[in-house]
Design a protein around this ligand. Structure first.
Ligand code: ADP
Ligand code: MG
Length: 551
């Protein structure tokens, strides 16, 4: 055989393999490698795992995550939500967007649930949780499909990594107090991506400072009990020292305003005599008797109410007899109907003890106080100010339309929640910097065997936050992340200039709790999704059916 022929054969063979690569897509080859048990040194461990469910589930998660990831951070964009009736709503809030999505894949619904839980537990960081969950699933899927790591190994790696990262974040967190500028900065950071965030953050900060230490319960802050946030469309934004009830006086002839008011909260039965009972008694005299009796009883009742000295009565009973109402008007009492839910904070604010039975009226400590109570007739609200007692504030958050007021209202609550979390558990640097700088330490963690590769899942997620925030700001996210990786631990990227900066100095701070919760939530969902190897159609999975089969 001549040298020429040999060369021809070699080039022919090379030609075949060349064609081979081109004809089959890269995915096919991967599939071939993964599914061939005898292939090379890295004999796949996940050979019994079906990929179809993982593929479709992770695609579904990605699709949902993609709808919110572009909202992350101060330069994130808004989404326009439109329903079938063409109602529209513009939102930048992860959980709002997710909850309004129609007909989504059942696995993707898990993402929505996680976001919802995050919202309930810490009230912020929902997009962060979703972005990290998606990143974990993407990376986890790669390990399972491409490297053939068994899902349980990946899951254990995620568990270890998340725990370690949370501990590292905790170690790097800083305690702050109510009077520190850091508190203002946390609120501003949290609201930076929101509609009108600057103005709202000033409002939130002023509310926080006005209730101060009164928001402390059992050693930690709980602003839900001390700051009420009202959503209005026709009023100016403001913070009021005191309570604003979205109610009117029971009767327009009652006094509009009272100072140094003595307040009673009535849970008494003030119902009229049952009409049915009257109808059954056809005798005129009997009815008249009953009517007289009703008036007499009502008079007695009102007299004993007034004997306590109360001139403001907050009524939490279902129905009130017209005679009783008339008597209250005649006696210049300012009566307001309230709901059972309102009793708790009104009682706390005024010091009034709810009166449940007539006997209670004899007690000496049932009345509370209000320095000033008045109705704003134009806006249909009642203000109750208790400067001398203090302790509660109401934020009125407005908007030109119902949608904007709703969005701003949610944002204000997010801001309050962020402040609460920061005061209770401390803060870390924001912009994804805190997460980025724990990566190297997480990598140092030594897990047994293949679980180690599961750590990559967590580190990718930790990196994804800064990357996404910067991508959303128009930078090459990956490039910027690489640029700041080697900087000191508090460094991130200035969102405007794109230069590395100290995030502490910039005042970009996030509550630790928001970060750790988001990371844990993301880990939970990633673990759940990665462990599923099949989606099956089931008959009936209602609680009943499940519990019965378990027995
Ligand atoms: P989430 O729903 O997760 O709260 P947001 O859209 O509110 O999402 O974005 C929060 C993220 O934006 C946090 O990681 C926060 O640190 C970051 N962020 C806020 N302000 C800045 C800023 N000026 N520079 C960089 N990152 C910022
Ligand atoms: Mg937020």
């Amino acid at each position: 055989m001549s040298i020429g022929t040999g060369a021809k054969i070699i080039s022919f063979l090379a030609g075949i393999s060349y064609t081979f690569i081109f004809v089959y897509s890269l995915q096919d080859i991967e599939w071939y490698l993964v599914s061939n048990p005898n292939y090379g040194v890295w004999r796949p461990m996940a050979e019994n795992v079906e990929f179809n469910a993982l593929e479709s589930n992770s695609n579904a998660v990605m699709a949902v995550a993609d709808t919110v990831r572009t909202t992350l951070g101060p330069k994130g964009l808004d989404k326009l939500l439109i329903d079938q009736a063409m109602n529209r709503h513009i939102s930048n809030d992860g959980v709002t967007i997710l909850l309004s999505l129609r007909a989504i894949h059942p696995v993707a619904r898990m993402i929505v649930e996680i976001a919802e839980r995050q919202e309930q537990l810490v009230g912020d960081g929902t997009t962060t949780a979703v972005v990290m969950a998606a990143e974990m699933i993407k990376e986890g899927k790669r390990l399972v499909k491409e490297l053939g790591v068994h899902p349980t190994k990946v899951v254990e790696g995620i568990e270890g990594g998340v725990k370690e990262a949370c501990q590292l974040l905790e170690r790097g967190a800083k305690k702050i107090s109510l009077d520190e500028i850091a508190l203002d900065q946390v609120v501003k950071t949290s609201l930076s991506s929101k509609l009108d965030g600057k103005k709202l953050s000033l409002l939130v900060i002023s509310a926080l400072r006005s209730v101060e230490k009164n928001a402390m319960y059992n050693g930690s802050y709980d602003f839900e009990k001390t700051i009420m946030v009202l959503r209005r469309t026709n009023m100016e934004d403001k913070v009021i020292n005191g309570i604003v009830l979205e109610r009117k006086r029971m009767d327009p002839e009652m006094p509009l305003e009272l100072k140094e008011a003595r307040v009673m909260i009535a849970r008494l039965d003030l119902k009229p005599v049952k009409e049915a009972w009257v109808k059954e008694n056809s005798k005129y005299a009997e009815i008249l008797n009953m009517e007289n009796d009703r008036v007499a009883k009502s008079k007695d009742l009102v007299n004993s109410l007034l004997a306590t000295g109360a001139n403001v009565i907050l009524i939490a009973s279902g129905e009130v007899d017209q005679v009783i109402e008339n008597l209250l008007v005649a006696n210049k009492v300012l009566a307001v109907r309230i709901s059972i839910e309102e009793i708790e904070y009104l009682s706390r604010y005024t010091g009034a003890k709810p009166v449940r039975m007539l006997d209670d009226l004899k007690k000496s400590d049932i009345l509370g106080k209000a320095d000033h109570i008045y109705e704003d007739e134009d806006n249909g609200v009642i203000y109750m100010d208790n400067g001398s007692r203090g302790g509660m504030a109401t934020m009125i958050v407005s908007g030109t339309t119902k949608e904007t007021s709703l969005e701003r209202w949610r944002a204000a609550i997010d801001g309050i929640n962020a402040a609460e979390a920061a005061l209770n558990k401390g803060v870390v640097v924001g912009g994804g910097a805190a997460e980025l700088h724990v990566i190297e330490k997480v990598k140092n963690l030594r897990l047994k065997g293949l679980e180690q590769v599961g750590l990559d899942v967590v580190t990718s997620a930790l990196e994804s936050i800064m990357r996404q925030i910067l991508t959303n700001a128009g930078f090459n996210g990956l490039e910027k992340v690489m640029a700041v990786k080697a900087s000191p631990d508090t460094f991130g990227i200035d969102i405007d200039s794109g230069d590395p900066v100290d995030m502490w100095k910039m005042g970009v701070l996030d509550p630790l709790l928001v970060k750790t919760m988001a990371l844990e939530a993301a880990g939970e969902i990633a673990k759940a999704v990665l462990r599923i190897d099949r989606n099956l159609a089931a008959e009936d999975l209602s609680q009943q059916a499940l519990s019965e089969t378990k027995r």
